[in-house]
Design a protein around this ligand. Sequence first.
Ligand code: 6NA
Ligand code: PYR
Ligand code: MG
Length: 217
Amino acid sequence: MDISKFRQFGKKIICIGRNYKALAAEQGNPIPKSPIVFFKPTTSYITPGDDIKIPPGCKEFFHEVELGVVIGSGGKNVSEDEAMDLVAGYSCCLDMTCWDFQCAAKADGQPWALAKGFDTACPVGDFISKDKVKDLSDVRIWLKIDGTTKQDSSTSDMIFTVPKIISYLSQYFTLEPGDLILTGSPAGAGPVASGETIEAGLEVNGETVSTIKYPVK
Ligand SMILES: CCCCCC(=O)O
Ligand SMILES: CC(=O)C(=O)O
Ligand SMILES: [Mg+2]
């Protein structure tokens, strides 16, 4: 299996919500006691060269840049100490969101499937091998729209660390090679409109390890 082609295996896309302290403050959400988990279908994947497409009826379309973790070896009930052994690498990802759909769903206690799972809702970047990111605790993560910075944060603001997330998820879902885990959006998630272009990236010790560029149609 060429794990760098993770998105072609059609495995799970498991997403974590409300995982950055500054985002929780910004949105007035309480700090969660355990990770908030939702899925995106693998039909939501797009890769560089594709366009993000705003779904019909969505009037508030939000960007969220997120650190994606690619699982290279499977596991179930994995301890936090063993969790990083499952990781093959990373990718700079976007959790595109129909914010109006999501707010309506939350108000009505409904799932977020339409708000988060539509076609093109999971743009990803190239595969970044694990050895390129020695220390996960302080990865800079940023997003710009037409050159203007909208998100610029660090994984140091995460509430639940990657090992904690992997261990927690593995209690419920058998993790498989090719799974992608989106680890949450930092502060600054907000609207993007048709005709604008999103750029995003990950930096480690000032060195860019990945950048992505996606037009919004
Ligand atoms: C922009 C991040 C989405 C947060 C939506 C929520 O947790 O209610
Ligand atoms: C809810 C969500 O998608 C986030 O916090 O990233
Ligand atoms: Mg998100």
